[in-house]
Design a protein around this ligand. Structure first.
Ligand code: GN1
Ligand code: CA
Ligand code: CA
Length: 127
């Protein structure tokens, strides 16, 4: 489909779709849930690369991922509570900078950072 071709990435059984706007983490979560999806959880290098291509093309800076360490500082988990099966943290991350970073985000280069959940980031959902 044209729309998917423009604003989506299909990888395996998964589809990433950009909302094309920025929101703080909690609102981003709600946007994806309302659409019947969730924030992106790249579980392997292929999924990470597919998501990176969307984030790069959008040119709106970093995008939120689904994973947080709000529950236990330093331990990032998926929304379902499982530990990560794959990660692509940038060098030195996650660093919980200023003790205020519990939300994972993907930079436009595909690498991950932990950032402040209250900052606005590109919303991408996975389905
Ligand atoms: C720094 O360089 P920049 O602004 O993308 C920091 C991250 C923090 C971020 C907070 C190497 O990233 O860990 O999350 O500021 N990176 C380094 O804005 O210290
Ligand atoms: Ca943290
Ligand atoms: Ca960080």
């Amino acid at each position: 489909r044209l729309e998917l071709f423009l604003h989506g990435q299909s990888v395996g059984q998964k589809v990433f779709k950009t909302a094309r706007f920025v929101k703080p983490f909690q609102e981003a979560q709600q946007v994806c849930a309302q659409a019947g999806g969730q924030l992106p959880s790249p579980r392997n290098a292929a999924e990470n690369e597919a998501l990176k291509q969307l984030v790069e093309i959008e040119n709106k800076g970093a995008a939120f991922l689904s994973m947080t360490d709000s529950q236990t500082e330093g331990k990032f988990i998926y929304p379902g509570g499982e530990s990560l099966v794959y990660s692509n943290w940038a060098s030195g991350e996650p660093n919980n900078y200023r003790d205020m970073e519990d939300c994972a985000e993907m930079y436009t280069n595909g690498q991950w950072n932990d950032g402040p959940c209250g900052e606005k980031r590109l919303v991408v959902c996975e389905f």
